[in-house]
Design a protein around this ligand. Sequence first.
Ligand SMILES: Cc1ncc(COP(=O)(O)O)c(C=O)c1O
Length: 387
Amino acid sequence: MNVDFAERVKRLPPYLFAEIERLIKEKKAQGVDLISLSIGDPDLPPPQFLIEALKEEVADLKNHNYSFSQGEPDFRRAVSDWYKKRFHVDLGQNQVVALLGSKEGIANIGRAFVNAGDRVLVPDPAYPVYANGTTILNDAVPVSMPLLEENGFKPDFDSVNPERVKMMFLNYPNNPTAATADKKFLREAVDFASGNNIILCYDNAYSEVSFDGYKPLSILEIDGAMDVAVEFHSCSKTFNMTGDRIAFAVGNKQLISGLTKVKSQVDSGPPVYIQRVAAKALESYASDEQPDFLKKMNEVYSERRDLLVKTLCEMGFECEKPKATFYVWVDCKSNSMEFATKLLDVGVAVTPGIGFGIHGENYVRFSLTQPKEKITEACDRIRKLFR
Ligand SMILES: Cc1ncc(COP(=O)(O)O)c(C=O)c1O
């Protein structure tokens, strides 16, 4: 058969992580003991009480039927209760939709609202799904908003042309730069979106991975955000449930309804037992304070962060301790692919910034998803290289 990919699939950009992934595979095949600081997938397990809950919920035979496409009522209630406790935001049941991971919702929101030729504002560097899954695969046009270090890795709305823009993505705490956003910036973002009739998609996947007393905000805490915004959250990084595929979108009623409409024709919702476990995870919050198991998890990441940042600073890299996410974004002062390849030669895998967009060039992303001993060993290897 002679198959031809759809034009929108042909328009997807080359996968820039492919080369580094090929090199990693090659090293592994050569038997190199590689330390991977490249992936955004926690090494820590979900807390034990969630594993116990999962066993119980899986064993309940009622939990194996189709779920509601908007999500089980109990799960949506748990999400709105969590929002109230964590962010002091009120959400009705029709302002919540369950997702099969936030990636799915981020991609499907495009199908619901973006028409061919519409422009979508996408930060650069960024999680690649905004430009590809949401925009290009819906025949729309990604327009890059540079995230520059001198602007704290925030877009400059004054330099953005809002003509024919339908949607904008923002993500703080940010992957890959680990930058965070304060209320003033979020206020500007909401004003820009409402002033120009732009749908604001706020990706808050890392809201619970934070350090040193810093508490990330929800865009919905900003007055007027509920008129223009949808916020994406995920249990992936918060509860170390990346493979369980459970997340949620919340916010403006019409935006949630459009996303739900698309999803009702595309998937049949996350498994009921996973939604029940995720509800228990969210219910572990008694207030806007994190439960103890999350505090411990963040202590583990912050110890790893301190170790890595100290080493990088000693080697002359300018590198601040991030307040959130499990990433460290470093100006490598050279071509990011070449730098990553050099580290690979001493058995350390990192992610070249160019894979996140052209403004990611000259940076690399270190992931803190390895135990402390491995990070110590990786630091030793890197030190040798730069001696
Ligand atoms: C910024 C950001 N958003 C969304 C996701 C998707 O997470 P999930 O689909 O597991 O909820 C990721 C995953 O790495 C991410 O880094």
